[in-house]
Design a protein around this ligand. Structure first.
Ligand SMILES: C[S@@+](CC[C@H](N)C(=O)[O-])C[C@H]1O[C@@H](n2cnc3c(N)ncnc32)[C@H](O)[C@@H]1O
Length: 208
């Protein structure tokens, strides 16, 4: 595997994320992963949640070979081939056949701070289009929160992101929740995870 297609962060955070998913999710279902990257998350989750079928995706196909190698190494058969999916596109996936059924879970880690803000609306609206009525959206990553002092490491990370690309940066949780609400989704739970990251759970708003 090419070294730049391996994420040390994904190696560290996959197990804490899995612990929360295991507590939240029923034994079986279908999941769409947005921004799968190297596939380290989907391979790990598919092995630990064998009753779930996983559909990985990313806007960049560069890492699809790596993702499939991760799944082969994990010896999982419940991961579909990755599809091209840019959250900004009005139809998901971005090319090929549309998804045959709604998903019980949409999972998206570490996208919102490393993409333009418009991707948040894209994520929420696309999720609302392809989520089953009782389905859930899980996002994971760093967020800024009202009334919660920002950790120095997150401040430094935010500055480095904005230096790399002025359109990037750690997002305000209340802005993300407002974007979700515009798509008919409500923030229903917040789990603090290591290294000042949050796992957020969204569900369809009752009136939606
Ligand atoms: C920091 S990586 C996160 C990978 C993985 N989810 C993880 O947590 O290890 C960000 C990923 O977002 C993808 N991405 C960036 N813009 C995107 C977009 N508009 N739609 C979907 N994926 C996008 C990138 O290609 C990249 O794989």
């Amino acid at each position: 595997m090419r070294p730049h297609l391996h994420s040390s962060a994904a190696e560290r955070n996959r197990q804490p994320i899995l612990h929360v998913l295991q507590a939240l999710l029923p034994a079986s279902g279908s999941a769409l992963e947005i921004a799968s990257g190297t596939g380290q998350h989907v391979a790990h989750f598919a092995a630990a949640l064998p009753g779930w079928t996983w559909q990985p995706s990313d806007a960049q196909p560069d890492a699809f070979d790596t993702l499939q190698a991760q799944c082969t190494a994990a010896d999982v058969s419940n991961v579909r081939p990755p599809v091209l999916l840019d959250v900004l596109d009005a139809h998901w996936p971005s090319s090929g056949a549309t998804f045959s059924a709604p998903f019980d879970l949409v999972y998206c880690a570490n996208l919102l701070h490393i993409a333009p803000w418009a991707c948040c609306a894209g994520l929420m609206q696309g999720t609302a289009r392809c989520l089953a009525p009782q389905g859930r959206l899980v996002t994971y990553g760093p967020y800024l929160e009202d009334g919660v002092p920002t950790a120095p490491s997150n401040r430094a990370f935010d500055a480095s992101l904005r230096q790399r690309n002025p359109a990037w940066g750690i997002r305000q949780l209340h802005d993300v929740a407002a974007e979700a609400a515009r798509a008919g989704l409500q923030l229903s739970a917040r789990h603090a995870l290591p290294s000042n990251n949050l796992l957020l759970l969204f569900e369809r708003a009752r009136s939606a």
